[in-house]
Ligand binder design. Structure first.
Ligand code: 13P
Length: 287
């Protein structure tokens, strides 16, 4: 069932668990994630970055594929199809393509511009019954080999954006996309608490879910995080399983080079990663 992410995240906030957003890159990933969500009776959010959207030939292809898979695979758990870190233009493309949810990442704009653009999108999403995520404070990550720690969100700015009528808010609290460096100081729970005080009931989003220790994940959920994004960890498990299959020479045996066989270990590995995360986030059985 393709739905907006609003209701599933409000339920998660009230039930003190988080729904996983797993980014998709191709058919195999989408199939693995949907199968796992159905098997575990967990709600799920499929994240699509602008780059992944382009790779799959465009957002319309992605929306058509996801809708058809939900039908053909008899997926009955709630599934949201969500643009990840969308530009303003990208948001409009996904609205048109039939996504059920979008993230507008205006964190790199001055706050006034982030507010103005988010406000426009709030109006359109409300008309279309779509959910909207906004961002304040940048999420760190690796660029040109250097890992930036990002910028912690200003709680007052979080309130300003939350009050516009968005459905959930991503706030930088020392989290990083990709692998965490050895000297990472950890999540800033003091900042998270102050944000929570300002935004009240608004479900919060934790980006950079790969590599955050389980106790920090649990604490973040207890402080109002209701959505956790995972991308790199699925990429790593997919790559490791594929590499092992090739290194063992299985691609050279029989019909092992058949793409359906070659990609199968990676697809299975993604299922394992998704299962592990859904168990950790507490969303199993919550569909
Ligand atoms: P990771 O790649 O670190 O798991 O982060 C994913 C994410 O936050 C996507 O927006």
């Amino acid at each position: 069932m393709l739905v907006s992410a609003k209701e599933m995240l409000e339920k998660a906030r009230d039930g003190k668990y988080a729904v996983g957003q797993f980014n998709i890159n191709n058919l195999e990933w989408t199939k693995s994630i949907l199968q796992t969500a159905q098997e575990l009776q967990s709600p799920v959010i499929l994240g699509v970055s602008e780059g992944a959207g382009k790779y799959m030939t465009g957002f319309k292809t992605v929306a058509a594929m996801v809708k058809a898979m939900i039908e053909e695979m008899n997926i009955t758990v709630p599934v949201a199809l969500h643009l990840d870190h969308g530009s303003y233009e990208g948001c409009y493309k996904c609205i048109e393509a039939g996504f059920s949810s979008i993230m507008f990442d205006g964190s790199h704009y001055p706050i006034e511009e982030n507010v103005a653009k988010t406000k426009e999108l709030v109006k359109i999403c409300a008309e279309k019954g779509m959910s909207l995520e906004a961002e304040v404070g940048s999420i760190g990550g690796e660029e040109d080999g250097v890992v930036g720690l990002g910028e912690c969100a200003d709680p007052k700015e979080c309130k300003q954006i939350a009050d516009l009528g968005i459905d959930f808010l991503a706030a930088g609290i020392g989290n990083i996309h990709g692998k965490y460096p050895e000297n990472w100081p950890g999540l800033r729970f003091d900042v998270l608490e102050n944000i929570k005080k300002e935004v009240g009931d608004m479900p919060l989003v934790l980006h950079g879910g790969t590599g955050i220790p389980a106790d920090m994940i649990k604490k973040a959920i207890s402080l109002g995080v209701a959505k956790i994004n995972v991308n790199t960890e699925c990429q790593l498990s997919f790559a490791a399983a594929t590499r092992k299959y090739i290194e063992e020479g299985k691609d050279l045996q029989g019909k092992g080079f058949d793409p359906r066989k070659l990609l199968a270990p990676g697809a299975e590995a993604i299922k394992e990663t998704v299962k592990e995360k859904m168990e950790l986030f507490g969303s199993v059985g919550k569909a």
